[in-house]
Design a binder for this molecule. Structure first.
Ligand code: COA
Ligand code: AMP
Length: 636
């Protein structure tokens, strides 16, 4: 329990009974230009806002204030690249200097408060510098994960309408160099929105060809070439970033994060959920392109004055399954945060953790896991081998910080493997039946959060309040729909069992069936198609595609094989390699309801070897019989 002996139960209850007092107190952890006089603003309910009227700068809270407080020479950022063998470190003063110059570059390119900047970069320090530079000038960043290909990038550019794109010549993957710049050029060609300028970090592994609108990062950032920028004051309710995430359709959702609520909630979470203290070294092995990277590689650790590790590499193969343990030893890491898939990959390669035995990981206090369900086997292996508490935490891009977790900074509960433990203060989590009744303990239903959501969560979708309401708030009046199914047990532990919609979770990466289907449907031979997420022992889920070909001619086996290859390539080229689509089956028909809805869940249950639930509204049950051979579980 924390020094002041306040229990989780007291803290949680206060956050629900007196959100105003609770969050105004938490807001003292942030440096404000005009401090908040009120916490919750319900004037536009159900669109709630936090700390309306207050002003701050997010970058100031991440960097300047630590320098001013005398911590200029302490480490802020450690870039450890397992793929290039380089380690680059930045103290708070050095990082501030880089960020102020990058902010100056943005201003010189005409970027002003409220303008959007798309960041399409690999795991290099310039990515973190770019994000903080946007925050410094009040611009809204939108980071696009480097594993997404041109079409996905173009869709995000068209929605965010950035003035400038910040990118790099390439990413360095385990087995290959991924050329980002040609992908960016293709996306800009595809997008209807015109971007004025791109700034490109030229990496030695691949030198990108520069066009008329492109600037070389190194040249424009040279000391003397640019006037460093100061912090621009923004409203607490102004957007800090837009991060696109996958829904069920092909059109990504622009999750908006505000400045004030985000700074308050993340600062609070670092101490109370993750139990980290100023000066600790923190290592989140994710990617800045995902919400875990935004919140816990970049913002939260810097708000809290930690040293954050930016790791460019994989859990295995760079060079081996001991890579994380090497990083912990080398940089004296106190907290590791990653996805269960990463631990499963390590366990598969090094089941007896022999590579761990070679390392001194005594600085590690806790392992945090999120991004997908933590299966009990993975929990047990990690707990036994690492000998530290393993904390599962459940949340989503939309919420930006844990909805459910073991609150190690307040009180550590005994873990129940498979449950992410208890609701975080501020989240009133309820499980509802289809008719909206609150369910009894241990009864599975739709996991929802009673409104208002706490600070730091999404206030809306980018320029689309209507879609925000229809996607999240309209299923149950007064509740936010998480899209996950699960239950709460008799001890108040929350058990998340998986998505209730058609969202895929591949290696902790969220993907939409819709965007994969759109890539497949674009092939001239395809009449219709469906993508389902099937269970996979390593990645949790992998996509499987079923396609129906246009009638009119017979295809030979060799032609089908070629077509399947073309379809896989289309998905790689349009969505990205991370989709990991391997199984594509050509079938005669897809099962549908009479109103034409494809029965993806039924097909997924068949593929996973479960008893399929067949709705009475099925149009032709014979289609399912014909699929039973195809949809048998595959060898991994
Ligand atoms: N830029 C470009 N390409 C990328 C990329 C990036 N940032 N990230 C992944 N890719 C590509 C990979 O190169 C790979 O391409 P390939 O098919 O040509 O080899 C493909 O996308 C799939 O990558 P990945 O999902 O990493 O699969 P893998 O088989 O190479 O590795 C794991 C398997 C389990 C090691 C890996 O998925 C992993 O580290 N998972 C942890 C996930 C995680 O941290 N999630 C964040 C949520 S918190
Ligand atoms: P993302 O928005 O990409 O972070 O994905 C969020 C989704 O991942 C959630 O809605 C869940 O389906 C799943 N998820 C994330 N963390 C967990 C967890 N700890 N346990 C179970 N599912 C999780």
């Amino acid at each position: 329990m924390a020094d002041n002996d306040v229990t989780y139960a007291e803290t949680y209850q206060r956050s629900i009974d007196d959100p105003e007092g609770f969050w105004l107190e938490a807001a003292r952890g942030v440096d404000w230009i005009s401090p908040p006089k009120q916490a919750l603003d319900s004037s536009s309910a159900p669109l709630y806002r936090w700390f309306s009227g207050a002003r701050l700068n997010t970058c100031y809270n991440a960097l300047d204030r630590h320098v001013i407080a005398g911590r200029a020479d302490e480490l802020a950022l450690i870039h450890d690249s397992a793929v290039t063998g380089e380690v680059r470190t930045f103290t708070y003063a050095q990082l501030l200097d880089e960020v102020a110059r990058a902010a100056g570059v943005l201003q010189a390119l005409g970027v002003e408060k409220g303008d959007r900047v798309v960041i399409y970069m690999p795991m290099i320090p310039e990515t973190v510098i770019s994000m903080l530079a946007c925050a410094r000038v009040g611009a809204v960043h939108s980071v696009v994960f480097g594993g997404f290909a041109a079409s996905e990038l173009a869709a995000r550019i068209d929605d965010a309408q950035p003035k400038v794109v910040l990118s790099a010549s390439c990413g360095v993957e385990r087995t290959r160099i991924v050329e980002y710049k040609p992908m960016l050029d293709a996306a800009l060609e595809k997008a209807t929105h015109e971007v004025s300028h791109c700034v490109i970090v030229q990496r030695p592994q691949y030198e990108a060809e520069m066009g008329e609108r492109d600037f070389d990062w190194e040249k424009v950032m040279a000391p003397g070439a640019v006037q460093p920028a100061g912090c621009v004051a923004v409203e607490a309710t102004d957007p800090l970033y837009v991060l696109y995430t996958s829904g069920t359709t092909g059109r990504p959702k622009g999750i908006v994060r505000d400045n004030g609520g985000h700074a308050v909630a993340l600062t609070w979470s670092m101490a109370n959920i993750y139990g980290m203290r100023t000066g600790d070294v923190w290592f989140t092995a994710s990617d800045v392109g995902w919400v875990v990277g935004h919140s816990y590689i970049v913002y939260a650790p810097l708000f809290a004055g930690l040293a954050t590790v930016l790791y460019e590499g994989k859990p295995v193969g760079t060079p081996d399954a001991g890579a994380f343990w090497r990083v912990i030893e080398q940089h004296k890491v106190a907290g590791l945060f990653t996805a269960p898939t990463a631990i499963r990959a390590i366990k598969k390669e090094d089941p007896n953790a022999e590579l761990l035995a070679e390392r001194d990981i005594s600085t590690l206090r806790t392992l945090f896991l999120a991004g997908e369900r933590l299966d009990p086997d993975t929990y047990t292996w990690a707990h036994e081998k690492l000998g530290v508490p393993v904390v599962d935490n459940w949340w989503q891009t939309e919420t930006g910080w844990p909805i459910v977790a073991n609150p190690t900074g307040i009180e550590t509960f005994e873990a129940k493997p498979g449950s992410a433990t208890k609701p975080s203060p501020g989240y009133d989590v309820q499980v509802l039946s289809p008719d909206g009744a609150v369910l009894e303990p241990n009864t599975e239903g739709a996991v929802c959060i009673k409104l208002p959501l706490p600070p730091g969560t999404l206030p809306t979708l980018w320029q689309d309040d209507e879609r925000y309401v229809s996607s999240y708030l309209s299923a149950f009046d007064g509740y936010y729909l998480t899209g996950d199914g699960g239950y709460i047990d008799e001890d108040g532990y929350v058990w998340i069992m998986g998505r209730t919609d058609d969202v895929l979770n591949v290696a902790g990466h969220r993907l939409s069936t819709g965007s994969l289907e759109a890539a497949l449907a674009g092939h001239p031979a395809v009449a219709e198609c469906a993508v389902i997420g099937v269970a996979d022992p390593l990645k949790g889920q992998v996509p499987r595609a079923l396609v129906v070909l246009k009638s009119g001619r017979e295809f030979s086996d060799a032609e089908i094989e070629m077509l399947v290859d073309e379809l896989r390539t289309r998905v790689r080229d349009e969505v990205g390699a991370l989709a990991s689509l391997s199984a594509v089956d050509v079938v005669q028909a897809l099962p549908k309801t009479r109103s034409g809805k494809i029965l993806r869940k039924t097909m997924r249950q068949m593929a996973d070897g479960e008893t399929p639930q067949v709705p009475g509204t099925i149009e032709d049950a014979g289609v399912l019989d014909a699929l039973s051979g195809v949809l048998g579980p595959r060898d991994a």
